[in-house]
Design a protein around this ligand. Structure first.
Ligand code: AHR
Length: 513
């Protein structure tokens, strides 16, 4: 049994939990939109063709903000293709994912879906093949009340009230050579600056995200942020980060410590943004938008196979099946630690979007004309979105460590914590990275007296299975949450045992002492 001693203190708060940390992402990619959130003719489809089963799971998951319409897709997308009478919308080749795009689903459909899902829209614009004019026009179309050509066109297309989209991404992964319209940092920085200026002239209340690096291993990482923010500092509010993790060659130990890289990535971007702030003598801080993150088996599994297959097929299909990763117990534990890292940095990471929502590397799966279900990674997200409220508490962790090839020593037990003062609750989110050993955890609750344990749940390997166990249409939802027994809270102390390779949540009533 390994050991961890954790201390939280009522006075050591990091800041309010940013609700936008529990964001998700819908891209026109694979089966995320078509047969994911939208499938007219499905027995569960509503009058607009939205799948009610997927909508219900989206709500249960607690997604607060959803980024749309891409991803790589957006860098070749004309937003105008997705408006107006559906039968008149053009069919186009989407080069990013070698897909035939029907445009049956566009901005109005997404706005209506978002209303039903209760989620905020985060709209990405095309700065790959398009520029300042298209950027300015979409803001006028979406947000101007009426009386201009574009806003009246929106009204004619069925939306009397403006969509009032606050959050906008200035392109997607423009540092990546794979991106349609890829640019150097100077080229992108200048374009983003001018697009931002023109968009703000139309609606000064919008919030803008500049593209940061596609991952922390990019050769331009650091220098990219420095240059882009030097151009855009005054006109943007956030800089983006993207990161995907996977287990390489059975090195589960390193994979389980992926959040060490997330911490490093976030802290490096904060340092870079703040250095631009100092150099430019700016007052405001640029915050972080971690607007794509997840586990994704990019190498050696679905991605390469499926993308090659559709490219080699020599024809263009509508919504082909791509990167539909099936997530295991191990993946869910990693997702829990990535969420912990985001929450621990909630003073600067104000937005985060798990990529993606349905089917495409997603917590929710659906089959065409078939059922929808929860993957293993659904659970840490759903519980944290539900229970991480109020103030983020700084957790001081003294845990036994283990050795990893990629990241050196890593804590066996990872944690984040929040205090909902209004309702008198503390929530703690734990991961035990130990593949074989349970962990004995002791939490000192300084400044609090513990009351009743309201909830104690764990995600672990189901009986008789191994750490690769996952959920699918055949086996059903075999990986999920069960009660975590033996959690004891008394005075200013909480004690529990985390099973080997597990993610757990404990919510307890507290009073101040
Ligand atoms: O989420 C899948 C893809 O990953 C997105 O389209 C792109 O932005 C990233 O590289």
């Amino acid at each position: 049994m390994s050991r961890a001693r954790i201390s939280i203190d009522r006075d050591f708060t990091i800041g309010e939990v940013p609700r936008r940390l529990f964001g998700s992402f819908v891209e026109h990619m694979g089966r995320c939109v078509y047969t994911g959130i939208y499938e007219p003719g499905h027995p569960e489809a509503d009058e607009q063709g939205f799948r009610k089963d997927v909508l219900a799971l989206t709500k249960e998951m607690g997604a607060t903000v959803v980024r749309y319409p891409g991803g790589n897709f957006v860098s070749g997308y004309n937003w105008e293709d997705g408006i107006g009478p559906v039968e008149q919308r053009p069919r186009r080749l989407d080069g990013a994912w070698h897909t035939l795009e029907t445009n049956a689903f566009g901005l109005h459909e997404f706005a209506d879906w978002s209303k039903k899902a209760g989620t905020e829209i985060m709209e990405a614009i095309n700065l790959g093949t398009k520029g300042v004019e298209a950027a300015r026009n979409i803001v006028e179309y979406a947000n101007h009340p009426g009386g201009t050509q574009l806003s009246d066109l929106r009204i004619k297309n069925g939306a009397k009230d403006p969509f009032n989209i606050k959050l906008w991404c200035l392109g997607n992964e423009m540092d990546g050579p794979w991106q349609i319209g890829h640019k150097t940092a100077d080229e992108y920085g200048r374009l983003a600056q001018e697009a931002a200026k023109a968009m703000r002239y139309v609606d000064p209340s919008i919030e803008l995200v500049a593209c940061g690096s596609s991952n922390s291993g990019m050769p331009t990482f650091g220098a990219w942020e420095q240059t882009v923010l030097t151009h855009t500092y005054d006109v943007v509010d956030y800089v983006s980060l993207h990161a995907y993790y996977q287990e390489h060659n059975g090195d589960a130990e390193s994979f389980l410590a992926s959040a060490v890289n997330t911490d490093y990535f976030i802290e490096s971007v904060i340092a870079t943004a703040d250095s631009v702030r100092a150099k430019g003598k700016h007052k405001k801080h640029i915050n972080l938008s971690f607007d794509e993150w997840n586990v994704w088996y990019q190498r050696g599994r679905n991605t390469e196979d499926q993308l090659h297959k559709i490219q080699e097929a020599g024809h263009w299909q509508e919504h082909p099946r791509v990167i539909e990763d099936e997530y295991s117990v191990t993946d869910a534990v990693v997702v829990g630690t990535l969420l912990n890292s985001l929450l621990r940095h909630g003073d600067r990471v104000k937005i985060a979007n798990q990529a993606q929502l349905v089917n495409v590397i997603a917590p929710i799966r659906s089959e065409e004309n078939g059922p929808a279900w929860r993957q293993s990674i659904f659970w840490p997200f759903a519980r944290m979105a539900e229970l991480a409220k109020g103030q983020i508490l700084r957790a001081v962790v003294n845990s036994d460590k283990y050795d990893t090839t990629k990241y050196g020593d890593a804590d066996l037990v990872d944690v984040s914590a929040t205090w909902d003062e209004e309702n008198g609750r503390v929530a703690l989110f734990f991961a035990n990275r130990g593949l074989e050993e349970a962990a004995d955890v002791e939490v000192a609750l300084r400044g609090f007296d513990a009351g009743q344990v309201r909830r104690a749940e764990v995600l672990e390997t189901p009986e008789g299975k191994d750490r690769h166990a996952s959920n699918n249409q055949q086996v059903g939802e075999q990986v999920g949450l069960t009660a975590l027994d033996g959690v004891k809270a008394a005075g200013s102390e909480l004690r529990l045992t985390l099973p080997a390779l597990s993610w757990a949540v404990v919510e307890l009533d507290v009073t101040r002492n």
